[in-house]
Design a protein around this ligand. Structure first.
Ligand code: UDP
Length: 494
């Protein structure tokens, strides 16, 4: 008998994880780490010192997880030394430079890899780190790509690469509706909704990602089999190995776990829960636009006015940035906003414990920017959504929420924001548009949406339980990687 094999079987399998340093990427990746470790996998997660501090609270209960810190090579792209995360960049137009700087972590990791014990049997890389394929090749381990995106969007991106859709949309006017080819549902988009996706800088990065993906072993997705089955089926025609293992945020079972994801919350979790306990079931609107939202101060104010005009209890999360904070704070003080809404509104300046809030029975509607994590967190909490996409895949997530799943109402955004030039749009969505969408979701009209999203929430929860589809997919993934540990199979081109 091969003694090395029998020896190996007593050691836990060891996976190496590379998150992108942005909350919408590193939180779900840390949750994936937690799920893998609960299934007996040893995890080494590579990140930078500031991000390690942020991830640590989420992983502190998991003895099989170690975080290795590598200093962020900010100087390689003339970024400020403390710019270790998308949310600490002075402007989002620096993201391409930031991503290029991450590639300088490659040689450090190559030095580190031989010291890891037991030898990692795979690399799980964030989608936006194509350079991790070099490490996989060098050490002959499979690379798996983690996508916290929908199959719906990935299928669109595959179509953009493989059909003449890109040329068609470039030749169209800004507002002309063009049908997406080879899509299970009749979905149309305009050029204005795609200006972010069609930006040459991101298209080039996307090409590099696709190249690395085509040499990778498979995709791990923060989605679940019952959510978008027809899109998953189509995606699997282009890519052989796809494991849906989400919604990963459901790995957080108790209040503390739900509250300690990401940054330290700007509101005391107990105070927040007590406030929600005092509200009627399904009466509260939770409004939050993600971890890197780039709306202007006048647009933030418009949202506050809409929440006030809704006459419903609400929690309003205001992301604080250097460019908006002063103007918004002055407005809050001058108009005595908090005084006016004190009986039914809670303003959170900074980080909110989103999953904890969404899972409270008092929450009845979610005003969201449709980031994929927020979308799937809203779905798993059974909360209908008011959709306000800002950039990237968010326009597509809105279409999925409103047109395919029919669990939300749009505020009517017509144009995608571009990173670094948000001011060109100013106030895009008026108070009345937001208020009307809230009214639809919270009134009788929203009942059917509520019923549908509750059904999806039940399917999501069942998927994550012992024997559920995501739970089984995760187990199958671990088993397959353990068997493949010594041979890297190139993935079919995607
Ligand atoms: N999040 C949070 N509190 C906040 C802002 C964001 O917990 O105040 C979490 C949210 O639950 C989600 C992630 O940060 O898991 C944001 O990811 P998403 O894809 O929704 O949007 P992004 O921030 O990447 O635009």
């Amino acid at each position: 008998m091969a003694s090395s094999k029998s020896k190996q079987s007593f050691l836990p399998p060891h996976f190496l994880l590379f998150p992108v340093m942005a909350q919408g990427h590193q939180i779900p990746m840390a949750e994936l780490a937690k799920l893998l470790s609960q299934n007996g996998v040893k995890i080494t997660l590579i990140t930078t010192p500031q991000n390690a501090t942020r991830i640590q609270p989420l992983l502190s209960q998991s003895p099989l997880i170690q975080i290795i810190q590598i200093p962020f090579p900010a100087h390689q792209q003339n970024l400020l030394q403390n710019s270790e995360n998308f949310d600490s960049l002075p402007s989002l137009h620096l993201v391409p430079q930031f991503l290029t700087a991450t590639s300088f972590l490659c040689s450090e990791t190559e030095h580190l890899f031989p010291q890891l014990s037991p030898k990692p049997c795979c690399i799980i890389s964030d989608m936006a780190l194509p350079w991790t394929i070099q490490i996989a090749h060098k050490f002959n381990v499979p690379r798996l790509v983690f996508y916290s995106l929908s199959a719906f969007y990935l299928l669109f991106m595959a179509n953009l690469r493989d059909t003449d859709f890109g040329e068609k949309i470039m030749a169209a006017s800004d507002s002309e509706l063009i049908s997406i080819p080879n899509f299970p549902d009749p979905i149309q988009v305009t050029k204005s909704q795609l200006i972010f996706t069609l930006d040459p800088v991101f298209l080039e990065w996307g090409n590099q990602m696709a190249k690395a993906d085509s040499a990778s072993y498979g995709f791990i997705m923060n989605s679940f089999d019952g959510l978008e089955p027809t899109y998953l089926e189509e995606l699997k025609k282009a890519i052989d190995k796809v494991w849906c293992i989400g919604p990963v945020s459901l790995c957080n079972k108790d209040t503390k776990d739900k509250a300690r994801r990401g940054n330290k919350a700007a509101i005391d979790e107990q105070e927040c829960m007590e406030w929600l306990d005092r509200q009627e079931p399904e009466s509260v609107i939770y409004a939050a636009l993600g971890s890197i939202c780039n709306v202007t101060a006048p647009q933030i104010i418009e949202l506050g006015l809409a929440l006030e005009a809704s006459n419903k209890p609400f929690i309003w999360v205001i992301r604080q940035t250097k460019s908006t904070e002063k103007e918004v704070e002055n407005w809050l003080a001058e108009t005595e906003f908090e005084q006016r809404i004190k009986d039914r509104g809670l303003v959170v300046r900074g980080w909110a414990p989103q999953v904890l809030i969404l899972s409270h029975p008092a929450v009845g509607g979610f005003v969201t920017h449709c980031g994929w994590n927020s979308t799937i967190e809203g779905i798993s909490s059974g909360v209908p959504m008011v959709t306000w996409p800002l950039f990237a895949d968010q326009m597509f997530n809105e279409k999925m929420i409103v047109e395919v799943l029919r669990i939300g109402v749009s505020v009517g955004v017509e144009k995608c924001l571009r990173w670094g030039v948000e001011e060109e749009i100013g106030v895009q969505v008026k108070k009345e548009g937001i208020r009307d969408a809230i009214e639809k979701v919270m009134s009788g009209e929203g009942e059917e949406m509520r019923r549908r999203v509750r059904e999806l929430a039940a399917i999501a929860k069942a998927a994550m339980e012992e024997g559920g589809s995501s739970h089984l997919n995760l187990k199958l993934l671990i088993e397959e990687i353990m068997h493949q540990a010594d041979s890297v199979q190139p993935q079919k081109t995607f």
